[in-house]
Design a protein around this ligand. Structure first.
Ligand code: PEP
Length: 262
């Protein structure tokens, strides 16, 4: 339900975050199924990306090679190379066929312990390495209950994007993902999402100017399913969706992709 009343010219962008799921067989099958089921809209009416685990990126790249579904990674390290055991650089991700990379996902912030400064370095490194970062921001349940959503999102935005020029900013997508809605089955209402998306666009305008702010895509993420994707996408400042659980089923993910443009 991409509402006919919606004024934006921003192209919808739907990304699937597979997290630590799939194996060498199911990752290829999932990528192939997404390609065949979204062929009529992917890349033309809507940008589509899937983000497999690191070890399946190259197989994913092969499965997506003759399609317009893009490949993304779930994380990146900020150094270019060297003695950083276990880490993966932007150059390596580019070499593996990635276009996008998720930076500052809430599971990395709250499970692994990444802070805003580290996330900011990752955003810079991604752009320097020729990738398009998806910067995730969002408040915890206790922060929402304490009326701290604006404060938290403003801090994550300002620190996460510190030092970027307006030109570099045009490579970035923002994903608003309230932590209380991720993997919980609780979704923000379209109005709750729009409220924070409007705040994010206002913050972007203050720092980068109205033109850039009007061009940046802001995704919503948090228990998106085929039956709520349309109403979320109908909101003026919801330009796309970052999908976790539902991206592991090709038919659900494709239904979400199609709901974004119908
Ligand atoms: C996510 O991991 O970015 C996410 C939004 O997960 P889910 O859709 O499962 O809530």
């Amino acid at each position: 339900m991409r509402g006919s009343t919606k004024l934006t010219t921003r192209k919808a962008f739907i990304a699937g975050n597979w997290k630590m799921n799939t194996d060498s067989h199911t990752s290829v099958k999932l990528a192939q199924d997404v390609v065949s089921m979204s062929r009529d809209v992917a890349g033309s009416a809507v940008d589509v990306a899937v983000c497999p685990p690191f070890v399946y990126l190259q197989q994913g790249a092969k499965a997506l090679s003759s399609s317009r579904v893009a490949l993304g990674a779930q994380d990146v390290y900020f150094e270019q190379k060297g003695a950083f055991t276990g880490e993966i650089s932007a150059g390596m991700l580019k070499d593996a066929g990635c276009t996008y990379v998720i930076c500052g996902h809430s599971e990395r912030r709250h499970v692994i312990g990444e802070g805003d400064e580290l996330v900011n370095k990752k955003v810079h490194a991604a752009i320097l390495g020729g990738l398009l970062p998806i910067l995730c921001v969002g408040e915890l349940l206790e922060e929402r209950k304490a009326n701290k959503t604006t404060e938290v999102v403003t801090r994550q935005m300002k620190k996460g994007l510190a030092g970027l020029s307006p030109e570099k900013m045009s490579a970035v997508t923002i994903a608003y993902e309230p932590v209380w809605a991720i993997g919980t089955g609780l979704t923000a209402t379209p109005q709750q999402a729009q409220e924070v998306h409007a705040l994010i666009r206002k913050l972007l305008a203050e720092v980068f100017g109205r033109k850039i702010a009007g061009e940046i895509r802001i995704q919503y993420g948090g228990s998106v399913k085929p039956d709520n994707a349309g109403e979320l996408m109908a909101e003026e400042d919801v330009d796309g969706l970052l999908v976790g659980g539902a991206s592991l089923k090709a038919d659900d993910f494709t239904a979400i992709v199609k709901a974004a443009v119908s």
